[in-house]
Write a protein that binds this ligand. Structure first.
Ligand code: SME
Length: 157
C-alpha cells in the first residue's frame, strides 16, 4: 500500500485537474468527496461537506452513511471548526465535549474549514474514521491544500 503522503499527492493532482474551469460548489464538493473517499478506502468511514447556510451548517455532498443535516455554529466538531475558522483533529471523539455522534461507528475525526478569499468560512470538510487516532498533520496539511483549491474555484454566491 502506498504511503499516505503519496496517496494525497495523487488525490491533489487529480482534484486540481478536475477543478480546472469548474466553479459550481455542489459539483466540486461532490467530486472532492468521491475522490477522497475512493482513494482512502477503509481509512475513511465518512467523507463530506457541511455548507454554511442561514447561519448554520447544512449537510452537503458526502460519501458514507446517513448523517445529521443541521449543525449550529459552535456545536460539535464541525460547528467548532467553523466558529474558530481552524482545522480540528480529534483523536478520540468521546473525549471531545459536545461531539455530535451521527454514527456510533465513528471514533476519530478531522474537520477542515473551507475559507473564501475574504477570510469567511463557507463550508467545512468533515472526515470520520472507525479507528481512534486516524488523523495527523499529514492529513491536515493535504486536506487544507484540497480545501484551498476548492475555495479558489468556487464562485461563492
Ligand atoms: N461528528 C460531527 C458531526 C458530523 S458527522 O460526523 C458526519 C461533529 O461533531 O460535528
Amino acid at each position: 500500500m502506498k504511503d499516505k503522503r503519496a496517496q494525497y499527492d495523487e488525490v491533489l493532482k487529480q482534484f486540481a485537474a478536475l477543478a480546472e474551469g469548474e466553479h459550481d460548489a455542489t459539483a466540486l464538493m461532490a467530486n472532492a468527496a468521491a475522490l477522497l473517499h475512493e482513494a482512502m478506502g477503509e481509512r475513511f468511514f465518512w467523507t463530506g461537506f457541511y455548507i454554511v447556510k442561514n447561519n448554520e451548517l447544512l449537510l452537503g455532498p458526502f460519501q458514507g452513511t446517513v448523517a445529521c443535516m443541521h449543525i449550529a455554529r459552535g456545536r460539535g466538531v464541525c460547528g467548532t471548526a467553523w466558529e474558530r475558522a481552524t482545522t480540528l483533529v480529534v483523536p478520540d471523539v468521546e473525549q471531545f465535549p459536545g461531539h455530535i455522534a451521527c454514527s456510533a461507528l465513528s471514533r476519530s475525526e478531522i474537520v477542515v474549514p473551507v475559507i473564501d478569499d475574504r477570510g469567511t468560512v463557507r463550508a467545512v470538510l468533515d472526515i470520520d474514521s472507525r479507528e481512534t487516532d486516524a488523523f495527523d498533520d499529514i492529513d491536515a496539511d493535504a486536506l487544507q491544500q484540497l480545501t484551498d483549491i476548492l475555495a479558489l474555484h468556487i464562485a461563492w454566491q
